[in-house]
Design a protein around this ligand. Structure first.
Ligand code: ATP
Ligand code: MG
Length: 373
């Protein structure tokens, strides 16, 4: 297989030379016959002297015919390549005028084949980028629609209860208190939603710069679990914290990690209330620490697992008012993990619903490049 354009030219040159030599040999061997033929056809000028053709004339004939034969052979051999270059040029022209479905055939392995391959790769990437752009535009529109809806729902009921309080000054103190309480709860919900939204957009549009430091992940998790103690009690759950080491140091942004595990543990309590207990396991791996938050109870269906990290995505059975989230918690969690160059995965079966986070001990080991303040 010819791998470079130069090799192809050399090869075609050699073939043309061989053809030319062969043809010249035939002419040379048949020179007498040619002279005889010309004589018989009436050519008797100075070129065809009495003793046959002059040696100089013979040379000139040989050189000219050799050149012509070489040129014709070479051009014939190059024809395929010239046509291929034209196809590449037409293909690039089409792509340049916006037809991203135009594909250039890849032929052989030389530089032209590499050009064709790269142009095809480039069009594929441009197509993917455009697709992503379209997707981002759609996501943005969805986000605006969802936010408008989620903000309006609690706001409508706050306004309703406040109007009730305003228009009925003679309400009993007990009812008045109840309505104030509902309006307060709804306002809190609105506040949380707005905070989550800010958190999410900041994380996703790169507005957050990490402030990493060395922190003890074991202490952090113990502290968060402690803070959730009343929530565990309210949901009738117990929790188990399983970590063989008393302390594990990780380079990370403490506030962001607290937010991440807050969301995961909050979910485990909210959606694992049927399961009696929540487990948090911490394990040391070679370059990473693995944290698993496990709850039991309702299983997340296989088809929904891949979507739960998307913003505003909520599994069908948890759309009810009593768990009442907005579907941003896991999107924020994923954003935080990715900001640290780590990974987050979810699995759910009869052995439990597991959210596993892996973080590098040192940010320098992570494949991500960091910008810090
Ligand atoms: P938010 O956290 O924004 O208040 P949310 O909890 O509904 O709302 P996410 O935390 O993003 O949103 O979770 C998305 C969905 O994934 C939840 O609605 C729930 O259906 C499912 N889910 C999340 N964590 C668990 C879990 N530990 N067990 C079972 N289902 C879960
Ligand atoms: Mg949540």
């Amino acid at each position: 297989m010819v791998k470079t354009f130069r090799m192809r030219i050399v090869l075609y040159g050699i073939i043309s030379m061989a053809v030319t030599c062969g043809a010249e040999l035939v002419v040379l061997l048949n020179l007498r016959v040619i002279v005889e033929f010309l004589r018989r056809n009436g050519y008797r000028n100075s070129i065809l002297g009495r003793d046959g053709m002059d040696i100089q004339v013979q040379m000139i004939i040989l050189i000219i015919s050799g050149g012509v034969i070489f040129l014709i052979t070479f051009i014939l051999l190059m024809d395929g390549l010239i046509r291929y270059v034209r196809r590449i040029s037409n293909g690039v022209g089409k792509i340049a005028s916006g037809d991203l479905n135009a594909e250039i055939p890849v032929r052989g392995e030389d530089e032209f084949a590499v050009i064709a391959k790269n142009v095809n790769k480039m069009t594929e990437e441009v197509k993917m980028l455009m697709e992503k752009e379209r997707e981002a535009e759609k996501t943005k529109n969805d986000l605006i629609t969802n936010v408008a809806h989620d903000l309006r729902t609690p706001l409508t009921s706050i306004i309703g209860y406040l109007e009730l309080l305003k228009n009925k000054p003679d309400l009993e103190a007990k009812d008045r208190m109840r309505f104030v309480d509902i309006a307060y709860q709804k306002s809190k919900k609105l506040e949380k939603l707005i905070e989550d939204l800010f958190g999410f957009t900041k994380l996703n549009y790169g507005k957050i710069t990490m402030k990493p430091g060395m922190l003890d992940i074991v202490k952090l998790l113990e502290q968060i679990l402690d803070e959730f103690y009343p929530n565990f009690q309210d949901s009738g759950l117990s929790y188990e914290f399983d970590c063989p080491q008393p302390s594990i140091l990780v380079e990370a942004d403490g506030n962001l990690l607290a937010r991440l595990f807050d969301n995961l543990i909050n979910n485990a309590i909210k959606y694992g209330a049927d399961g009696k207990m929540v487990r948090v396991e911490v394990r040391k791996e070679e370059k990473q620490v693995s944290i698993r938050v496990i709850n039991y109870g309702k299983i997340i269906p296989e088809g929904e697992l891949s979507h739960i990290f998307e913003k505003f995505y909520r599994v069908e059975h948890s759309r009810s008012q009593n768990t009442g989230g907005t579907g941003l918690g896991l999107a924020i969690a994923k954003g935080v993990v990715e900001l640290h160059g780590g990974s987050i995965t979810a699995s759910s079966d009869i052995h439990g619903t597991v959210f596993q986070v892996k973080l590098y001990y040192s940010l320098a080991d992570s494949p991500k490049r960091f910008e810090t303040e």
